[in-house]
Design a protein around this ligand. Structure first.
Ligand SMILES: C[S@@+](CC[C@H](N)C(=O)[O-])C[C@H]1O[C@@H](n2cnc3c(N)ncnc32)[C@H](O)[C@@H]1O
Length: 468
């Protein structure tokens, strides 16, 4: 077995964090029972364990009973990335998982039961097709698959070589081969990437169709940009958020971290006007298209970070990216945030205090908990949900809907916070400390994620790809 330079690099495995079941072999990637033989009979037990964990973690907020949303036990992931391992004439997919010592190790992956059926078919068809195609397989080091519940797909092949017209011609034959996937409703898109190069045979996006409360929502998802990985669970999240913001027709919504407009499209009909912001350029472009596709005309979307928006809002500053928007004329009643794992920065936490209602969607309960402690005096949890986006991993997605407390309660909360601060071991302080510790750990983890992201970005730049 030969090990290429690319294979030697660590690769992130998206949200799939799997505990290894066997010790690693020195060099040969092993089949991983944890990845290839998910046991759906264990699904309910793992879900229940998460429900217990989250209920106990947030008990100090005295929330209503946790509303837990169950995932499909298999085939729930719409996208996955694999490194490609070359072994003489053979090649196969590998992923990285942690061994008992916490080190990354490679495992061979021929099927990926957590991924959609279509994605599994495409994995097989791609490997079979390129095995004897030197142009397509030579210096290929990564394959990214992105599928939708609507039956569309795109496959990105990332290389350590320049791609030319001959590659493009050969890739057309691959497209034909991939079109044989039985779950495919359209010919899958093939994208080739290399240093400073991106070759599209036709398109680099797919169109998902989500069904939310019986209504269909069309969603363009662009290659290498964020989209919710568990399509079925995304529908539940949108339905929950719609329910949480129903009856707000007279008010305006501020949404931070809007991505491709996933929540925006679902929630816009609940509001008079929506202001949405997002930092990624392709996501903002996709969001604009998604508003148009779904006939949504009451949204102003700006490409800016939540930190910049918060600063503009607080200082009542005008910014070029907010041109055409008069913040004074808006009557924001609701704030929706859906930040990355690191949670909200301190200024954005302070911004929450200006709203009557906050809907906070989070993929990291530890940073969610730490952020909520900062506003506990002002808000109570009105709705509390857990979405099992990432079954068989310790990750969960949570949703909380916060309602401003009556003035009297706010004062009581502030007084008990003062009393607690004078009693070092009081339970509320203990939980604050625990939460700070969790947040610090999460920050460490986020740094790890950021470190990995930076590493991937550097790799991608080295490869001329923005897949990071
Ligand atoms: C968890 S995703 C949620 C996206 C979207 N709400 C959805 O449901 O698909 C977080 C989003 O925040 C964006 N983001 C990351 N850091 C940001 C920042 N500092 N300011 C604004 N957006 C940011 C990312 O580009 C990503 O689209």
């Amino acid at each position: 077995m030969t090990r290429t330079k690319a294979q030697g690099r660590a690769a992130a495995t998206a949200e799939t964090e799997v505990t290894a079941a066997e010790p690693a072999a020195a060099t040969v990637p092993k089949f991983s029972p944890a990845l290839t033989a998910i046991d759906p009979t264990q699904y309910d037990a793992q879900l229940e364990a998460k429900v217990q964990r989250i209920t106990s973690q947030f008990a100090d907020f005295n929330p209503p009973a946790l509303q837990a949303y169950r995932s499909r036990p298999e085939h729930y992931r719409m996208r996955a990335e694999f490194r490609v391992w070359h072994d003489g004439q053979d090649l196969f997919y590998i992923m990285f998982e942690k061994d008992e010592a916490g080190n990354n190790r490679e495992v061979r992956v021929d099927t990926f039961p957590v991924a959609s059926e279509l994605l599994n078919e495409l994995m097989k068809l791609l490997r079979e097709h390129i095995l004897d195609k030197p142009l397509l397989r030579h210096k290929l080091f990564q394959a990214n698959f992105h599928t939708t519940m609507s039956g569309q797909a795109m496959v990105s092949l990332i290389y350590h070589k320049k791609l030319n017209d001959a590659w493009k011609e050969e890739a057309q034959t691959l497209r034909e081969a991939l079109a044989k996937a039985s779950g495919s409703t359209a010919k899958p898109h093939v994208i080739g990437r290399s240093r400073g190069q991106k070759l599209c045979l036709d398109a680099d996006e797919v169109e998902e169709v989500l069904t939310v409360d019986g209504q269909q929502m069309r969603q363009v998802q662009v290659e290498a940009s964020f989209s919710q990985p568990n399509g079925g669970m995304c529908q539940n999240m949108l339905s929950w958020a719609r329910g949480a913001t129903a009856g707000s027709t007279g008010g305006d919504l501020l949404e931070l971290y809007c991505g491709n407009g996933n929540f925006t499209v679902a929630l816009a009909p609940n509001f008079r006007k929506v202001v949405a912001t997002e930092v990624s350029k392709p996501s903002v472009a996709a969001a604009k298209r998604n508003f148009e596709l779904n006939g949504i005309s009451n949204v102003f979307v700006a490409r800016m970070s939540s930190e910049d928006f918060t600063a503009a809002w607080k200082d009542n500053r005008t910014m070029r990216r907010l041109e055409g928007l008069d913040l004074q004329t808006l009557g924001f009643t609701t704030l929706l945030v859906d930040p990355p794992r690191a949670g909200l920065d301190s200024q954005t936490v302070q911004l929450m205090r200006d709203f009557d209602r906050v809907v906070y969607v989070s993929c990291n309960p530890d940073t969610l908990h730490a952020n909520l402690i900062e506003v506990k005096d002002l808000f109570e949890i009105e709705r509390f949900a857990m979405f099992d986006q990432f079954p068989y991993t310790h990750h969960v997605e949570c949703g909380v809907c916060l309602k401003r407390r009556p003035q009297e309660q706010q004062e009581q909360q502030q007084q008990s916070a003062v009393v607690a601060s004078k009693q070092p071991q009081a339970p509320s302080q203990q939980s604050a400390e625990t939460s700070k510790q969790h947040a610090a750990e999460a920050e460490g983890e986020a740094e790890g994620v950021a470190g990995r992201a930076a590493k991937r970005k550097a790799e991608a730049e080295a490869e001329g790809s923005d897949a990071a």
